[in-house]
Design a binder for this molecule. Structure first.
Ligand SMILES: C[S@@+](CC[C@H](N)C(=O)[O-])C[C@H]1O[C@@H](n2cnc3c(N)ncnc32)[C@H](O)[C@@H]1O
Length: 399
């Protein structure tokens, strides 16, 4: 039995590390918690934080942050993923600095916070043959934390974006399962292919994964294989192929439109795509925040099987609350909140996928061994023909 968790009467005081544009902290704020300090190195993201969290001090480099303030209840960190590969290589845990996530443990060793919320990509579960994850949970256990994690999809919250992320919650006194496992709606059947709804895909791909998403966009990303952050493409039911507007992308992450506009004071507009793609979906963070304030003992009843040591790939959900590590039988869907269709969700004018982008994508498909949805290539060829004609029309009008 774990002790009931102590709750600050007025919500948790949060320290947001690697805060980006504050997806976690904004969600927690909507759930009644309060951010006391932020840490973020990137100027565009800092401009957003300064505007959206007025009066909250922003510390720049986490490596220079000596200690967290004394009264923090919850440390949050969606640390950069590439640093995990370093963590995986670390042999000793105690006293080591394994990339930037090591900075989180340095700060926790100095001044442990009652709660910790980490967020990252699901790839984290298999990175360095499971070793990266081992370093993280072993470091938490060493510091006396109980932990639980779960892969959660943004679509569970009724948003038209297929985005899965790992949320790991650790506590010194409480039971994190009562938060992360408190809600379970089960996985819905996979959506059937249909051209009657809008479908999203990565136009930057074509050779490797297509990121095909039915009635949704694939994960908005901070980067892409062509080196620039870019929106996904959408095939609309009437046949047009478009890319969504930035403000719709912000909404797909649960932010108000133009949440990232302050970044334009210090950087170019296109950089906002990267900030949005790197962020945590606000609705997911809000749910975690609401459950932190109102945990349910139901979460501790989730069934599990003991985890063997030396995992190569970790399960989609697991816990250790003091009596060993277990894989949890729970889905990525705490809810199945109904949302509007992707086509109706789009509020701002989307742009046709350019001739260059469409032609490049089609060329890549020729060398690809990917299987495409029936009729997809035909639709793109038609779009290319229409886009080329429109380009020619524009050129003629300039003569
Ligand atoms: C995956 S993003 C986190 C996104 C954030 N959770 C959100 O909702 O927007 C990781 C962030 O860590 C920041 N970062 C990288 N190195 C850092 C450092 N040394 N100190 C502080 N922040 C850093 C990056 O600029 C980036 O914004």
């Amino acid at each position: 039995m774990t002790k009931r968790m102590p709750h600050p009467s007025k919500g948790f005081r949060v320290a947001g590390l690697f805060a980006g544009i504050g997806g976690i902290e904004h969600g927690l704020h909507l759930a009644g918690h309060e951010t006391k300090v932020l840490c973020e190195i990137e100027p565009g993201a800092c401009a957003v934080l300064a505007k959206r969290f007025p009066g909250v001090p922003i510390h720049r480099d986490v490596c220079d942050l000596e200690a967290l303030p004394r009264d923090i209840d919850l440390l949050t960190a969606g640390f950069p993923c590439q640093d995990l590969s370093q963590a995986g290589k670390t042999v000793g845990i105690e006293g080591t600095r394994s990339g930037l996530v090591g900075e989180v443990f340095r700060l926790l060793r100095r001044r442990p916070t009652p709660w910790v919320l980490l967020e990252n990509v699901p790839f984290m579960l298999q990175l360095s043959r499971g070793r990266a994850m081992e370093v993280i949970v072993a470091s938490l256990e060493h510091l006396g934390y109980r932990w639980a994690y779960r892969v959660v999809t943004t679509q569970a919250f009724g948003l038209p974006q297929r985005r899965e992320r790992v949320y790991l919650l650790a506590s010194l006194h409480g039971d994190p399962r009562e938060v992360l496992f408190a809600d379970e709606a089960g996985e819905p059947p996979p959506p059937e292919h249909s051209w009657k709804v809008a479908n999203g895909f990565y136009w930057t791909e074509g050779v490797r994964g297509l990121g095909w998403a039915v009635d949704a966009v694939p994960t908005l990303k901070g980067g892409s294989t062509i080196g620039i952050p870019s929106p996904p493409a959408i095939v609309l039911p009437e046949g047009r192929v478009v890319t969504p507007e930035l403000r719709d992308a912000e909404r797909m992450q649960g932010f108000d439109p133009d949440w990232t506009s302050p970044a334009e004071d210090v950087t170019r507009k296109s950089h906002r795509w990267k900030l949005v793609g790197n962020a945590v979906t606000v609705d997911v963070a809000r749910w975690v925040g609401e459950r932190l304030a109102n945990p349910s003992p139901r979460g501790a009843l989730v069934e599990g099987t003991p985890l063997e040591g030396g995992e190569r790939a970790w399960p989609k959900a697991a816990w250790n609350v003091g009596d060993g590590r277990f894989a949890a039988s729970i889905s990525k869907w705490p809810f199945q909140r109904p949302g509007t269709s992707l086509e109706r969700f789009l509020k701002y004018p989307s742009r046709p996928l350019s001739t260059k982008a469409t032609a490049g994508f089609l060329a890549r498909t020729k060398t690809s061994s990917l299987r495409f949805p029936p009729g997809f290539i035909k639709k793109l060829e038609r779009h290319l023909a229409a886009a080329t004609k429109a380009d020619e029309g524009r050129q003629l009008s300039l003569l």
